[in-house]
Design a protein around this ligand. Structure first.
Ligand code: ADP
Length: 330
């Protein structure tokens, strides 16, 4: 999508900055910045906005030769409205857009050149339309057939589909997923008892150590259930609290990593940056601790920078976050 970013209440008008955004594009750029070969499968309109999307991806080193140009629909649009320092509203104009009309054929093209080592999908694509859902399912099948690792970021968008609809799709996908990335409240959407489990997670508000213990036990049980269904590893994103990875082969049980402390200026895109860091380390052959370390680093870069992907680090920049305040790099 094309992204317009304002600086205050949208209804007051004013100037907006033009950029591009979208979860998968953010991950693709994050990985390309870290030096990986990345191919993007998607659709844009045959219009100037679509040209901006493809040009930006290309400029960032993302391969887009498999991208589809849809002459019958516009490129999707979203408006970012920073409403309070900590609250950004996002307004989408993508119903009927080229991206939401993605078809399975477009995905075939992206696989045609060479099968990837990793396929990254989000739970946004299947929520867009029936054809987009079949495109994502086709990509999943192709990845399985070619022996590519499958990463899924659940990214539940309540404005696009209901929890029940999401569960119906995601629980079918789960046995084919190697790396499942989600926030803790999204895990139930991937389990057979779906939203019912989700309601349990958000039950009556309780506080104190007993409640925290119960929540941790519930998270453990859900991650365990996903591992039992065949998921290779479950990575839970916890915002400023960091992230935890659950897996079968972790000698000391789930591995937690606190977030890297930064001055947060824009939380949008943190999850996608986190995924890019995690997959980058995975592609480099790092174990779970190394993957989490890079993921919290790239996640922190995203919250410390304006824009969804603009602040994504190159490999050489990864060490910058530990620098003391006032550091000048010459
Ligand atoms: P999403 O954007 O998908 O909701 P999160 O908000 O959980 O994802 O953020 C993803 C990751 O980004 C976190 O696991 C953490 O490592 C990092 N992160 C998020 N917020 C902050 C923050 N305020 N400070 C430092 N790191 C953060």
């Amino acid at each position: 999508m094309v992204a317009l970013r304002g600086s205050g209440p949208l209804k007051l008008g004013g100037t907006m900055q033009v950029s591009v955004a979208g979860a998968e594009s953010n991950v693709a750029i994050g990985l390309a910045r870290l030096g990986h070969a990345v191919r993007w499968a998607g659709a844009v309109g045959d219009d100037e906005a679509g040209a901006l999307v493809l040009r930006t991806l290309r400029a960032e080193g993302v391969e887009v030769s498999g991208a589809a140009l849809d002459p019958g629909a516009p490129t999707g649009l979203l408006l970012f409205e920073p409403r309070l320092p900590e609250v950004t509203r996002v307004h989408y104009y993508r119903a009927g857009s080229a991206g939401s009309r993605l078809t399975a054929d477009a995905v075939e093209d992206a696989f045609a050149a060479a099968p990837p080592r990793v396929l990254h999908l989000t739970g946004i694509t299947p929520a867009l339309s029936a054809t987009a859902r079949s495109a994502a399912a086709r990509a999943l099948r192709l990845a399985r057939g070619h022996g590519s690792l499958v990463c899924l970021d659940v990214n539940f968008r309540a404005r696009l589909w209901t929890a029940e609809e999401a569960t119906a799709v995601l629980r079918e996908w789960v046995p084919s997923v190697d790396v499942l990335i989600a926030s803790d409240d999204e895990l139930p959407l991937c389990l057979p008892d779906g939203p019912a489990a989700r309601d349990g997670a958000t039950g009556p508000p309780t506080t104190g150590p007993a409640a925290a213990g119960a929540a941790a036990a519930e998270l453990d049980a859900r991650a365990e259930a996903l591992l039992d269904l065949g998921v290779g590893e479950v990575v839970v994103k916890r915002g400023a609290a960091g992230a935890t990875v659950f897996g079968r082969d972790l000698p000391d049980g789930p591995l937690h990593r606190p977030a890297t402390p930064v001055r947060a200026v824009d939380a949008v895109g943190a999850g996608d940056a986190f995924v890019a860091g995690y997959l980058s380390a995975l592609l480099d052959g790092e174990g779970p601790a190394g993957r989490l370390e890079r993921a919290v680093t790239t996640g922190a870069f995203a919250v410390a920078s304006h824009g969804d992907w603009e602040g994504a680090p190159t490999r050489a920049e990864l060490g910058m976050l530990g620098a003391p305040p006032g550091t000048v790099v010459r």
